[in-house]
Write a protein that binds this ligand. Structure first.
Ligand code: FE
Ligand code: FE
Ligand code: ZN
Length: 277
């Protein structure tokens, strides 16, 4: 079964989010585990989770993708910022054990001038301290655009994080099409080449989800500004080659394009109309 959805709000609970997804033709979605700016998470409503699971079963909802607040920075130069990231991630991962999903995506972080090596060391230290041996969630490193001092703008940096985290069997990768394009990977003219490179460096078996976004900027711009599907520098044809690529078709695809609900519904319908089976 192909999985297509978009980023939705979870503020009204899982059932409301599931209904919203189904109403726009989605069968997966991504949601923030808490306010995207951080802050405390709502108490877990077990009844809502149980009702959602039944609803999901009856309405063909597939795997969900949880996203950590994008403000977390596990490799900040400020120890209190690092500690906040660590505590938030630990709390998220403990809660996710009781929640639908199984995938938790986060931005590796920005080393803010300390250097990539120092940044990676701190990220690995954080990951190792918030994961545990028999957890059920796979933690996904998102491919980043390489804006500023972002870590994770190259496949090699992601590989290094995986290699240096002892509990790496719980780690995977989420590929964001806007980010890899902005980072300089030419998915428009050489998708196969980029995927071959990814496989060589990281391994396609680590790839667990796709963020499907067009980009407001040219390849290699290191900017990270998402555009609506077909309206940016990647374009509809190239994005559909990603959606229909044989090694990717089984993954959940989440739109993070600048859209309201109706816009998402239109993009989902457009993508479905171009599925090649
Ligand atoms: Fe993200
Ligand atoms: Fe993304
Ligand atoms: Zn982005």
């Amino acid at each position: 079964m192909r999985l297509i959805g978009c980023h939705l709000s979870s503020s009204k609970g899982y059932l409301a989010m599931g209904r919203e997804a189904v109403s726009i033709g989605a069968n997966t979605c991504q949601y923030f585990t808490r306010n995207p700016r951080g802050g405390s998470a709502k108490a877990l409503d077990e009844k809502d989770v149980a009702t959602y699971l039944t609803y999901a079963e009856e309405n063909g909802m597939g795997q969900l993708l949880a996203h950590a607040p994008y403000t977390l920075n596990g490799c900040s130069a400020d120890p209190s910022v690092r500690d906040f990231a660590r505590r938030t991630m630990l709390d998220d991962l403990q809660r996710l054990e009781h929640l639908p999903g199984g995938l938790y995506n986060f931005h590796p972080g920005s080393h803010v001038g300390q250097g990539v090596e120092a940044g990676i060391a701190m990220i690995c230290e954080m990951l190792q301290s918030v994961m545990w041996e028999d957890m059920h969630t796979t933690v996904l490193l998102e491919t980043m655009a390489g804006k500023g001092s972002e870590v994770g703008g190259t496949f090699e940096e992601l590989r290094e994080i995986i290699d240096r985290t002892p509990l790496s069997h719980h780690l995977g990768v989420c590929l964001d099409t806007c980010h890899v394009h902005d980072a300089g990977y030419d998915i428009v003219n050489d998708l196969d080449g980029v995927l071959t490179r990814f496989d060589k460096v990281v391994g396609l078996d680590r790839l667990k989800a796709i963020h499907l976004n067009d980009s407001k900027n040219v390849c290699g711009a290191r900017k990270d500004r998402h555009e609506k599907i077909g309206e940016g520098h990647i374009g509809l044809e190239a994005l559909m080659r990603v959606v229909n690529h044989p090694v990717l078709v089984h993954l959940p695809f989440e739109l993070e394009t600048p859209n309201d609900l109706e816009g998402y519904a239109r993009e989902i319908a457009l993508i479905k109309s171009r599925y090649q089976d």
